[in-house]
Design a protein around this ligand. Structure first.
Ligand code: HEM
Ligand code: ISQ
Length: 147
């Protein structure tokens, strides 16, 4: 899978946009996920002890990790043409939590919509495709070790 320098740069610059307002975008991301798959709410432990999703520092930290991992994948794709996970931790966590294949599509759509919001008038089809490819390659790597 070819991943260009331009694509890597697009992912990097929109990652910076995302980081400009993590409280807002992490809530938006989570809201998009629950819109499509309300039942998924019960899989996440970190919202149990908070009043609302608006002020959950754990949600923010976790959401930042998810976007950061997709961005790392873009870097890996550009450097060596594939995404390799250091260990099976991510796969094990998701199996244990009860995550299934169709959930990955839900999270992907939520991620792309969040990036669209975060980048505003800098958004483009090309930028969208770059995130899509980086996410798909990462999701494939996680799913491979889940089965
Ligand atoms: C946990 C990333 C896909 C649901 C985690 C964690 C990471 C992560 C890093 C560990 C907890 C943390 O340190 O934040 C990702 C990435 C994904 C992905 C990069 C896709 C490429 C999914 C999907 C679902 C999901 C499709 C299904 C809705 C969860 C749940 C946890 C988790 C329920 C446990 C949260 C808790 O501690 O209660 N994910 N994830 N993830 N993920 Fe994902
Ligand atoms: C972990 N995995 C997938 C999606 C997530 C969204 C918010 C917080 C943590 C997550």
């Amino acid at each position: 899978m070819g991943f260009s320098e331009k694509q890597e740069a697009l992912v990097n610059s929109s990652w910076e946009s995302f980081k400009q307002n993590i409280p807002q975008y992490s809530v938006l991301f989570y809201t998009f996920i629950l819109e499509k798959a309300p039942a998924v709410k019960d899989l996440f432990s970190f919202l149990k002890d908070t009043a609302g999703i608006q002020d959950s520092p754990k949600l923010q930290a976790h959401a930042e990790k998810v976007f950061g991992l997709v961005r790392d994948s873009a870097i890996q794709l550009r450097a060596k043409g594939e995404v390799v996970l250091g260990d099976t931790t991510l796969s094990v966590i998701h199996v244990q939590k009860g995550v299934i294949d169709p959930h990955f599509v839900v999270v992907k759509e939520a991620l792309l919509k969040t990036i669209k919001e975060a980048t505003g008038d800098k958004w483009s089809e090309e930028l969208n495709t770059a995130w899509e490819v980086a996410y798909d390659e990462l999701a494939t790597a996680i799913k491979k070790a889940m089965n």
